[in-house]
Write a protein that binds this ligand. Structure first.
Ligand code: TYM
Length: 334
């Protein structure tokens, strides 16, 4: 079972990234043959960004992933921009991608609506590069949060169309792996929208590197509702804030939502739910934050991890690209 996933180097990683994706990466290390994790700097340039800070951000994300439990001996961890097979395959896949499909992607619509100056062609082609990321390794499984479902569907369509056009079995049609609980962690201040680095509020976003006080404060202020506070129950439509807190607590502790609800049967109000959530989050994130500082300060080590990861990744992707080029008839064929 080959596993692949990608993560953006932009901004501070949050609880949604951690529960929805990063935790699955760590778990996948022993199942993956191998498990391949990519920090997608080329995706980060599709919206306005600061070139001088991009490499810093990549190192931040590398240290965070290592602090979360990735081990360079047990997985392949690398930077997308170090392996040119991704960009090459991305171009080759455009020949079997419909622009109509790209125009319909929710993330493209949301992100392009948020741009004030330039809507880059890169933003439109973002999902094609994402498809190339996975397909270049013939990966079977892609651990992601719920918000990537649409990109995964497109990726599967592209792979099927490519195989139908150029030869069955050339590319693997991958499956997504979306966690049962915590696939879509919502903003604490606005539980109708997902927790996110770009669109959300700082007060409503728990960062992986937040200390216990910051976490407790954000949870104390989390938006709930004005229904009878003794009615703590899961109801995503009517009680999105409370449901989010129940799901976060359950996901952070790795238990079922019913377990959390049973423990809160004698609760005196939403305050008890918020306390249970903040305790669960602090327990989950404190070890990551503690390991992060030591790792982040050793840039020589982080660079070496990424360099070795890129060499391993390229060795896996190059033969796939050779097959694709041959099947498509591009290049000299030598
Ligand atoms: P990114 O960096 O935005 O997010 C990384 C992962 O975190 C998940 N996630 C969430 N999960 C639960 N609740 C949330 N509120 C939440 N917010 C984010 C995302 O689903 C993702 O799994 N396009 C991708 C990066 C990418 C990629 C790939 C992923 C590039 N190439 C190939 C898989 C395979 C992205 O922007 O992730």
């Amino acid at each position: 079972m080959r596993i692949f996933s990608g993560i953006q180097p932009t901004g501070a990683k949050h609880l949604g990234n951690y529960i929805g994706a990063i935790r699955q990466y760590v778990e996948g290390q022993d199942r993956g043959e191998p498990a391949i994790y990519c920090i997608v700097d080329l995706h980060a340039i599709t919206v306005p960004y600061e070139p001088a800070r991009l490499r810093e951000r990549v190192l931040d994300t590398t240290a965070l992933l290592l602090a979360a439990g990735l081990e360079p001996e047990r997985c392949v961890l690398f930077r997308q921009g170090d392996v040119p097979e991704h960009t090459e395959l991305s171009w080759l896949l455009t020949s079997v991608t419909a622009t109509g499909e790209l125009n319909r992607m929710h993330q493209f619509r949301d992100k392009s609506a948020a741009q004030r100056e330039l809507i880059s062609a890169g933003l439109l082609f973002y999902p094609v590069l994402q498809a190339a990321d996975v397909l270049a390794y013939r990966a079977h499984e892609v651990p992601v949060g719920e918000d990537q479902r649409e990109h995964l569907e497109l990726m599967r369509d592209v792979a099927r169309r490519f195989n139908a056009r150029f030869g069955e079995g050339l590319l693997v049609v991958p499956e997504h792996r979306i966690p049962a609980v915590g696939a879509r962690i919502m903003d604490l201040q606005d539980p109708a929208r997902k927790m996110s680095t770009s669109g959300g509020s700082v007060e409503g976003t728990v960062y992986v590197l937040d200390g216990p006080e910051a976490i407790e404060k954000k949870l104390r202020r989390a938006v709930t509702d004005s229904e009878d506070p003794f009615a703590i129950r899961r109801d995503p439509a009517a009680k999105p804030g409370v449901t989010n807190l129940i799901d976060i607590t359950a996901a952070a502790r790795g238990v079922d939502g019913d377990v959390v609800l049973a423990e809160l049967a004698g609760a005196r109000g939403y305050g008890d739910l918020k306390l249970a959530a903040s305790r669960a989050i602090v327990t989950l994130l404190a070890p990551v934050r503690e390991r992060y500082a030591g790792l982040r300060s050793d840039e020589t080590y982080l660079d070496a991890v990424l360099e070795q990861g890129a060499a391993k990744a390229q060795a896996l992707a190059a033969p796939v690209l050779a097959d694709v080029r041959a099947a498509m008839g591009v290049g000299s064929g030598r």
